[in-house]
Design a protein around this ligand. Structure first.
Ligand SMILES: Cc1ncc(COP(=O)(O)O)c(C=O)c1O
Length: 376
């Protein structure tokens, strides 16, 4: 037999893994640090963790484990639909993390010969999901201030099958105004192009600025809006996310998805989390206050350029420090703080880092570590 790897489809053989933050498991394997010794500022999760109501729902439903879960996450889809104006369960699909839906969307809609427009820099999995289908990603650079330039997308629209957007964007944390997103969706609609809009971080945006397109899917049959229970709701390890779109889009995606993709505990915990308004408000308040604190403290460090942020993380240019992001990450790890070196993101050089917004005590520890790392 030839090597098994040579039997894989060509586009699979050429895939490269996508690098992510939160690699604490990797680090504890290689260093003297224990899990509890590392403050993880590289992944952007609500520092308050999941809602106590979600944890209670898990405890109360452990008896479900010996049975298969609802293959279509019906009760959870109902709970999601009632949290978004004007939509019903038929407009919702749930996934094993929102990541499953990125791959499912690409698998269902893209194939060899197709092209997808993807901003740069942004979350790396869109590109990988597109490449995996044999289709071609075309990267569209953001402006020097990391803003989405709608004309750069609309001018390529005719030859595209789909456009991927992330709002607020990862790794920059910048929120694209609703008029810009609408302009791209409308141009896409007139050219029969799909828009995949990742709103995984939208719950962290201040209410007065927050504008989700999840309630706009009736206006835009070409739109798929992605959301997650990983970030704001802190159900990270349970793996649950969802997508909202026109019924027809949901129908084709649902026909292609694997059954039982969301486990029984994730389904009940996510539904309970959506209903815990107290935890939701507390998490929003904490993010708003700590993002402001962290941005202001970081801006006082003269060698750092801090970008304005709307999500729960800050994007920082460190070139004036004389260190690359990788060197700074390495130095900070000696003080037990893990930050995200953004070098792996397409479209930026090796001088950008990303840090999460956490509790005041954790943010102060990170600031101390950063100051020490920069001074030596
Ligand atoms: C922008 C963005 N989208 C999607 C995902 C996938 O998240 P999950 O599968 O945990 O919902 C991530 C994870 O980091 C992300 O940053």
């Amino acid at each position: 037999m030839n090597s098994a790897a040579s039997l894989a489809r060509e586009e699979i053989r050429q895939l490269k893994p996508c690098i992510h933050g939160g690699e604490v498991w990797n680090i504890i394997g290689k260093s003297v640090l224990d899990r509890e010794d590392i403050l993880d500022f590289s992944s952007n999760i609500n520092p308050l963790g999941p809602s106590p109501k979600a944890i209670k729902a898990i405890r109360d439903n452990l008896g479900l484990i010996p049975s298969y879960p609802d293959p279509d996450s019906t009760a959870l889809r109902d709970a999601i639909a009632s949290s978004i104006k004007g939509i019903s369960r038929e407009n919702v699909i749930c996934g094993n993390g929102s990541i499953e839906l990125i791959y499912l969307f690409a698998d269902v809609f893209m194939s060899k010969g197709d092209m997808a427009l993807i901003p740069a820099p942004t979350f790396g999995e869109y590109e990988k999901a597109v490449r995996r289908t044999g289709a071609r990603p075309k990267l569209v650079k953001l402006s020097t201030a990391f803003k989405v330039e709608p004309s750069l997308f609309t001018r390529e629209m005719k030859s595209a099958k789909a456009v991927f957007l992330c709002n607020p964007n990862n790794p920059t944390g910048i929120l694209t105004p609703q008029a810009t997103i609408a302009e791209i969706i409308e141009e896409a609609l007139s050219e029969n192009v799909l828009v995949f809009l990742d709103e995984d971080f939208i719950e962290f945006v201040d209410e007065e600025k927050r504008f989700s397109f999840a309630a706009e899917i009736k206006r835009y049959p070409n739109l798929f809006v992605l959301r997650s229970f990983t970030k704001f709701f802190g159900l990270t390890g349970l793996r649950v996310g969802y997508g909202v779109a026109d019924e027809e889009v949901i129908r084709v995606l649902s026909a292609a998805k694997a059954p039982w993709n969301v486990n029984c505990l994730a389904q009940v915990a996510a539904a309970a989390a959506l209903q815990d308004m107290e935890h939701i408000r507390k998490s929003s308040r904490l993010t708003k206050r700590e993002r402001k604190f962290l941005a202001s403290e970081l801006s006082r460090i003269s060698v750092l350029k801090v970008y304005p942020a709307d999500a729960n993380f800050l994007f920082i240019d460190v070139r004036q420090s004389g260190l690359t992001a990788a060197q700074l990450k390495e130095k900070m790890l000696r003080y037990g703080v893990l930050i995200r070196d953004c070098t792996s993101f397409a479209g930026i050089d090796e001088y950008y880092i990303r840090v999460a917004v956490k509790t005041r005590r954790e943010n102060e520890k990170m600031l101390q570590a950063l100051k020490k790392a920069l001074s030596k």
